[in-house]
Ligand binder design. Structure first.
Ligand code: IMP
Ligand code: MG
Length: 238
């Protein structure tokens, strides 16, 4: 079973004013739960574990957008550093897929794949899926069954975070950075309705912010920009 760094349920976290937090988010967060430096240290070790297991063959690293983009970039930098500084090296190519399953702080029942390259390119390849967080596991299970249809040679999944939650389907990734409490987390590319990706540390969102950045489902009213009906998105900064 994958080893991970456990963040306990009663973890108090760190006061916000001990860290650099963008001013526009200062009132929206409870605590810093995983500082950026710790994310980087753990990611460095994940890179080593992955290369030890998957090394020797060409790897296609598949980034699950948007939440996975920071972790993906940093993980690949560490893998590149290993490639540059050891006798053995592993050719690495990248691919991207976009998946959306969340509205506000709730997982919706539909997992939408809304973009990315032709998955059939992955036939016969060793694929490493790079994800930000696994909660119910539904997103990853959907993605894995989609990929299975393309007959890759091997598929491994690395997720920076796994949430301890009764909503879990029991799915566990092959590599896990941290196991975290059942709270809504933002930062390091994890978002709440697209906000907080521009925050370096992983933090717990407070209840006021859930209200402030809420998306209103309003089936009758068209969206201002693209005319698509459904979610109405009003920036709290406008
Ligand atoms: P799952 O399908 O329930 O496993 O949810 C996985 C997806 O939901 C992740 O890829 C995230 O995009 C999103 N998600 C789940 N929990 C959180 C969270 O605490 N903060 C931000 N996004 C989350
Ligand atoms: Mg994600």
């Amino acid at each position: 079973m994958a080893s991970y760094l456990q963040i306990a349920d009663d973890e108090k976290g760190h006061e916000l004013d001990l860290f650099c937090i963008p001013r526009h988010y200062e009132n929206d967060l409870d605590k810093v739960i995983i500082p950026h430096g710790l994310i980087m240290d753990r990611t460095e070790r994940l890179a080593r574990d992955i290369i030890q297991d998957m090394g020797g063959h060409h790897i296609v690293a598949l980034c699950v957008l948007k939440g996975g983009y920071k972790f993906f970039a940093d993980l690949l930098d560490y893998i590149k550093a290993l490639n540059q500084n050891s006798d053995k090296s592993v050719p690495l190519t990248v691919d991207f897929i976009r998946v959306k399953s969340y509205c506000n702080d709730k997982s919706t029942n539909s997992v939408k794949v809304i973009g990315g390259d032709e998955l059939s390119n992955l036939r016969g390849k060793n694929v490493l899926i790079v994800e930000d967080i696994v909660e119910t596991g539904r997103t990853m299970q959907t993605l894995l069954s989609l990929l299975g249809e393309c007959h890759p040679k091997m598929v491994k999944v690395v997720s920076l975070l796994v949430k301890r939650t009764p909503r879990s389907s029991g799915y566990r990734p092959d590599y896990i950075g941290f196991e975290v409490p059942d709270a809504f987390l933002v930062g390091y590319a994890l978002d709440y309705n697209e906000y907080f990706r521009d925050l370096s540390h992983i933090c717990i969102l407070n209840d006021g912010a859930k209200e402030k950045y809420k998306v209103i489902n309003h089936k009758e009213r068209p969206l201002r920009c693209n005319g698509v009906q459904g979610e109405s998105f009003v920036s709290p900064f406008d």
